[in-house]
Design a protein around this ligand. Structure first.
Ligand SMILES: [Zn+2]
Length: 588
């Protein structure tokens, strides 16, 4: 800390409040630049260091290194000086984790957090906000992306002057990476998350797309992807309270929605985010997670201060009844195990929007369709004319694909990478100490196809599958993952092939879709002849296929394949999912 600042701080402590001159010393770049600039990484971290040095209630620590070697820092603020997490059962103060700059071009959360922390730690005017809550704030999450700064980072966005870039130095979009956890930054965050298991989580963004009157929008899960107690709390308490409280602070706020056929007059809708997204992910951890999306076409000043209003309003709500949020987390963890294991209810993996709707009074901004010389088509030009209209709000979803969870999954030891990813999420994993016999279910894939381009660096296969039952001896050292644990949603989504963000769908198992051994027809010919002679059922099947399948009958390779696939030479592991669903363990 600079000597001058230290002197100012001493004065402020003596006086119990900061003088106007002292406040000047604590102005952020955002304030000093007339609300149009945001500090770079080094300046941000220097300011944050000074903030935490100014208070006995705060510390800053690095929880990971970025691929370009920057520390990813977190500020912890605890009036109880609880700088390490308590056991969940013994926790007396709920923990709120805020991450800023996951898309570091959308950095309003960082500047809002710096102001808020100053008011909590230095001027102490908002010290009441940490009375009953411990606070973890990541000032910049995508630190390398943040330092890819330029005037040209965000074409649709008004300010700040220079912004960072949407993705990491490895070109990874962190807000698609929560479940697959490819990025070192994400792995570090998930370790922090599963160590603390915060009772509430906030991920701050700016929108893309259309104009409307709201300075900020928000999304928090209230569908069947979360627990009934969280759904109830969100609908009955959080949503009305946060809306009222942010409006009282002078900002318009609405749910983050999509427009039916591109125009809100046709209706608005929400959706169930899959666990690649932050708010879809925290539901698998049985915790509420808030997505804040400040509006890209409002000034940077409005975006920062409306985001700050959301942070403050959330803190006010949690502080008013901290026990409620602690209980919500404990009850939700218990509910997950009770519902999907003890009562064996099917677990919902995928969702679709329902036709049910409510009426919402939407505050839009109108647009004209203008003939474009550039594109030759009509383009939307927002015209600043405000309108208010009651519209259909499609905010209900129904579960589509449900699965019954097995008591455990088995992952062979050669797939250690899968297990390591699960451990990052806090999943508990055992290893078999001896060979054991199990009745299991196996997924066999077929009709496997790949897209022509990668998505997030991965080729996501599409496939069909069938399930068969088998008895197998599982060797010592293979991994066994019991589902009787609070993170069962993560296990199900990662390991069930129908999960939209399952490890199979993200391409972790692509190599099982490669055939590695082949036949020469001269070698197969005599073997196939013998099979035909010695196996009347196979002969019948072959002849029937020749009769009914012209394509097969006319293709020598398909005809050879038929025999190869029925021969003992054929690779039984081809297209076979190596992860097994346990039905029961057998005595030897
Ligand atoms: Zn974003």
């Amino acid at each position: 800390m600079k000597l001058q600042l230290y002197f100012v701080l001493i004065l402020s402590i003596i006086n119990g409040n900061l003088s106007a001159q002292a406040v000047d010393q604590w102005l952020t770049r955002f304030e000093k630049s007339n609300f149009f600039e945001t500090p770079d990484y080094n300046e941000t971290m220097e300011y944050c260091s000074e903030l935490v040095n100014a208070s006995e209630y705060a510390k800053m620590f690095s929880f990971g290194l970025s691929p370009q070697g920057r520390d990813i820092n977190c500020i912890i603020v605890s009036k109880a000086r609880q700088f390490e997490p308590d056991d969940l059962d013994e926790r007396e103060r709920p923990v709120l984790l805020v991450i800023n700059g996951i898309h570091s071009g959308e950095i309003n959360g960082k500047d809002a957090s710096m102001l808020l922390l100053r008011e909590i730690l230095v001027t102490k005017e908002k010290e009441n906000l940490i009375e009953n809550v411990d606070l973890l704030i990541v000032p910049i999450f995508s630190v390398d992306g943040h330092e890819r700064r330029s005037l040209y980072g965000r074409i649709n966005q008004i300010g700040p002057k220079e912004t960072g870039w949407r993705v990491t130095a490895q070109n990874i979009n962190l807000n698609r990476d929560f479940l697959k956890a490819d990025a070192p930054e994400m792995q570090a965050l998930l370790r922090l998350y599963s160590k603390w298991l915060p009772e509430f989580f906030i991920d701050v963004h700016s929108t893309n797309g259309s104009d409307f009157q709201y300075q900020t929008t928000f999304a928090i899960e209230k569908h069947e992807n979360t627990t009934p107690m969280i759904k109830n709390w969100v609908e009955e308490k959080f949503n009305p309270s946060i809306t009222r409280s942010v409006e009282d602070k002078g900002f318009a706020i609405s749910p983050f929605v999509g427009f039916v056929k591109g125009d809100p007059r046709n209706g608005i809708y929400d959706w169930v985010p899959t666990p690649r997204f932050s708010n879809g992910y925290t539901t698998l951890q049985n915790r509420p997670g808030l997505l804040v999306e400040s509006h890209v076409l409002k000034t940077y000043k409005e975006r920062v201060f409306s985001t700050k209003a959301v942070l403050e309003s959330t803190l006010e709500l949690i502080n008013s009844d901290p026990e409620e949020l602690l209980k919500l987390a404990r009850d939700s963890d218990e509910y997950a195990v009770e519902s999907f294991i003890e009562e064996a209810r099917p677990y919902p993996l995928t969702f679709e929007r329902s036709d049910n709707y409510e009426i919402y009074n939407y505050k839009g901004i109108d647009y004209d369709l203008v003939k474009s010389e550039i594109s030759g088509s009509e383009v939307k030009v927002f015209n600043e004319v405000k309108f208010e209209q009651k519209v259909k709000y499609f905010n209900h979803a129904v579960s589509k694909k449900k699965i019954k969870l097995p008591p455990a999954y088995i992952v062979p030891k050669q797939w250690k990478e899968i297990v390591e990813r699960l451990k990052i999420h806090g999943v508990l994993v055992d290893r078999l100490g001896e060979n054991k016999k199990y009745v299991v279910e196996k997924y066999q894939f077929s009709d496997v196809e790949f897209p022509s381009k990668p998505y997030e660096g991965r080729f996501r296969p599409v496939y069909k599958h069938t399930i068969s039952i088998d008895t197998v001896v599982v060797p010592t050292g293979d991994y066994i993952i019991g589902t009787d644990q609070r993170s069962l949603g993560i296990i199900a989504h990662a390991l069930e092939p129908d999960g939209p963000d399952s490890f199979v769908q993200w391409g972790f198992f692509n190599i099982i879709f490669e055939r590695k051994e082949y036949y020469e027809s001269y070698a197969l010919e005599p073997i196939a002849q013998k099979m035909l002679e010695n196996n009347p059922l196979l002969q019948q099947e072959f002849k029937a296929k020749l009769r009914v399948d012209e394509n097969f009958a006319n293709d020598p390779k398909l005809r050879f394949d038929f025999f190869y696939e029925h021969s003992p030479y054929y690779d039984k592991n081809y297209n076979l999912y190596p992860v097994l669903r346990v039905i029961e363990e057998l005595d030897d």
